[in-house]
Design a protein around this ligand. Structure first.
Ligand code: AMP
Length: 283
């Protein structure tokens, strides 16, 4: 496994790999790796000849009042995990290499970024879209791997690849959860002991939604209300959004027909957590 810090040196290496006709699998991350990241890396390892993982806390996707500075970092352990998982290349650029002072180009994806996290975190997807596009240009992947945990992000990335005629294939992997159901996230470390217990209500409420749906409830408002009830029982919880939306364009769905995405963002104390579940008839 080799670690590349500079864009220039990795670009050179990628050209060599391409010349040998090797399939490149790319997994972009912000580090502080957990089993969710691991699942993407494992899939990339299965599918492709050369696995590249980026570890970069992208300043451009954080708002001025968000947690860029305190975002958890742990490169040593991350590198150990990558090595264990058989990663070929880890890319750990510095912000000044990705965004030199002269930097001026940003990717703006319309419509699918208007709602959900796009509404609560203005500029977030502009930062994500920009960094992922840059990474795609640097690593030239055949397949890139994303997690369903960030469902809106996966849709935004698919849109970029489609609209900008990129040849990369986007694969979205299922949400990996802790034993009690909490979706794994680098941010879970922010939770207090009590907050960690209250955070269980997020997945519990999504399971309630699924049960309701499976029993025949198709009215989004009723499903959302039941989720709200479960979350609001938690003293430290504050709902950012709970929405039932179309799985492709993320527009609000009033009455579910075949399938819908239930997506939510909840603050537990000072920690904002997201989660989602797909409701599908016959599943
Ligand atoms: P992050 O480091 O949080 O930016 O995440 C990097 C990639 O890992 C993104 O594509 C995420 O959607 C994915 N990911 C994060 N947490 C999970 C999880 N619990 N299960 C599956 N994928 C995840």
């Amino acid at each position: 496994m080799k670690v590349y810090k500079s864009v220039r040196s990795l670009t050179k290496k990628v050209f060599e790999i391409k010349k040998c006709n090797k399939a490149i699998g790319f997994v972009p991350t912000m580090g502080f790796l957990h089993d969710g990241h691991r699942s993407l890396i494992r899939k990339a390892r299965q599918d492709t000849d050369c696995v590249i993982v980026s570890i970069f806390v992208n300043p451009v996707q954080f708002g001025p009042k968000e947690d860029f500075k305190k975002y958890p970092r742990g490169l040593k352990k991350d590198l150990e995990i990558c090595k264990k998982e058989g990663v070929d290349i880890v890319f750990t650029p510095e912000p000044k290499d990705m965004y030199p002072e002269s930097y001026a180009t940003y990717i703006n994806v319309e419509r699918v970024t208007d709602m959900l996290c796009g509404e609560s975190r203005p500029g977030h997807f502009r930062g994500v879209a920009t960094v992922v596009t840059k990474f795609f240009n640097i690593t030239m992947p055949d397949i890139a791997y994303f997690g369903q945990k960030d469902a809106q992000q996966a849709i935004v990335i698919k849109k970029i690849a489609e609209d900008l005629n990129m040849s990369v294939k986007i694969k979205v992997m299922p949400i990996v959860r802790e034993k009690d159901g909490l979706a794994m996230s680098s941010r879970n470390i922010y939770l207090s002991k009590e907050g960690r217990i209250q955070a269980q209500s997020i997945y519990t409420s999504l399971k309630i939604a699924k049960e309701l749906f499976n029993k025949g409830e198709l009215d989004s408002r009723k499903i959302i209300n039941r989720i709200k009830q479960a979350i609001n029982k938690q003293p430290e919880a504050r709902i950012d959004y709970i929405k039932v939306v179309d799985t492709k364009d993320l527009k609000d769905v009033k009455k579910i027909s075949n399938e819908a995405l239930v997506a939510m963002a909840v603050w537990i104390g000072e920690t904002r957590l997201i989660d989602n579940i797909v409701l599908k008839t016959g599943s």
